[in-house]
Design a protein around this ligand. Structure first.
Ligand SMILES: Cc1cc2nc3c(=O)[nH]c(=O)nc-3n(C[C@H](O)[C@H](O)[C@H](O)COP(=O)(O)O)c2cc1C
Length: 352
């Protein structure tokens, strides 16, 4: 058994709520405002569909990322190992969850370490960018990467979550400059993501200027940290009686994706936040995303077994392939051209 800090207790609370309660945003992703154009004469056999791609120089079977979720507890160890084994067998990307617990207490590194199980996959390290304002620097970034032998480091941005947690670490000033320094001094590429409220196009432009390699939108429509933190706070002390004001906060994933792609053409954009099936995955890729990321739908399978994780990911990828086939597109390059997806007439923000 790992020793339990209050932070690892909170991590366990998060997982429990994600498994037991409605933690999804009151907003939709916005993908329902788009439709893929059915091609009744696809001129190919299904077996020809090629979803292979690459990520940080490594081949992957599909543009699919297991988004960061956990680490630091015994339960997290099991979750990470099941995710990693499935990722290795399927050839997809995986990120571990925030490594702050292990940066502060190296005895917890083993709950994140999956390289022995997943020697070939692109693997991503992770922690909150705000900690660059609270004593974390290049040294901690390197440690996060080295402790799991990662191919890249993802820094997450979570201002709303920090406020709702009633956390003292709410100083988000000057982060772009600090992220830029990390990009220059680390040997691996840096990705910046949100946690479920979406990146704006202005934030995206600042992060590109800072030298970030890729952006992960993590838009609204999926896991809502407003809901999760509300449950946590009200459980900690019912007298808080935290309201649901922010349950529909954020930029829907499709809107975040489209607005960023209007201003950024030259860096990988990961669409995540509420991707729940292969048709949503297909819409994100057809709109121009390089990869998609999925978190919540993999949590319950990861509590069960690596086979269950594999089955869930395969079902999404198979639906994705079906969508490509029915659009008459054999490969990702051809699919991403943008001419097999349309916005529904009369749709506007808030539809759905
Ligand atoms: C249980 C859980 C824990 C998470 N922990 C982290 C984390 O440590 N670091 C991070 O960048 N994102 C974290 N996230 C956010 C996800 O990576 C993702 O951006 C978000 O949940 C939206 O994707 P989804 O709708 O597919 O869940 C977590 C999500 C879940 C469900």
């Amino acid at each position: 058994m790992e020793k339990k800090s209050s932070s690892s207790f909170v991590k366990e609370q998060h997982i429990r709520y994600c498994l037991e309660k409605d933690v999804e945003s009151s907003l939709t992703t916005g993908f329902e405002r788009y439709y893929l154009i059915n091609q009744s004469l696809p001129e190919m056999v299904f077996g020809e569909i090629d979803t292979s791609s690459s990520f940080l120089g490594k081949n992957i079977s599909a543009p699919f990322i297991i988004s960061p979720m956990t680490g630091g507890t015994d339960v997290s160890r099991k979750i990470n190992k099941n995710l990693a084994r499935a990722a290795q067998e399927l050839g997809v990307v995986m990120s571990v969850g925030s490594q702050r617990l292990a940066i502060e207490d190296p005895s917890l590194i083993s709950t994140y370490y999956v390289r022995d199980i997943a020697p070939d996959i692109p693997l991503l390290a992770n922690f909150g960018a705000v900690y660059l304002n609270y004593g974390y620097g290049i040294e901690e970034c390197k440690r996060a990467v080295e402790m799991i032998e990662a191919d890249g480091l993802t820094l997450y941005l979570n201002p709303l979550q920090k406020i709702l947690q009633k956390d003292f670490n709410t100083d988000f000033r000057g982060l772009v400059k600090k992220i830029s320094k990390v990009c220059k001094e680390l040997d691996v590429p840096i990705i910046v993501k949100e946690v479920g409220f979406g990146l704006s196009s202005s934030a995206a432009v600042m992060l590109r200027e800072a030298g970030v390699w890729a952006l992960d939108i993590a838009g609204a429509g999926g896991t809502s940290w407003a809901k999760i933190e509300r449950y946590v706070k009200n459980e900690d002390d019912p007298s808080y009686n935290v309201r649901d004001t922010f349950d529909s906060w954020g930029i829907p994933t499709a809107d975040s994706l489209v607005s960023i792609l209007e201003v950024i053409k030259d860096m990988p954009i990961i669409a995540s936040g509420g991707i729940r099936d292969g048709v949503e995955m297909a819409k994100a890729i057809a709109l121009g995303a390089s990869y998609v990321g999925v978190a919540l739908p993999l949590l319950s399978p990861a509590m069960e077994s690596y086979e269950a994780v594999k089955e869930k990911i395969l079902s999404i990828i198979n639906e994705f392939k079906t969508a490509m086939f029915c659009c008459g597109r054999k490969n990702l390059e051809y699919f991403r051209k943008g001419d097999c997806i349309k916005k529904k007439i009369g749709s506007y923000i808030g539809d759905g």
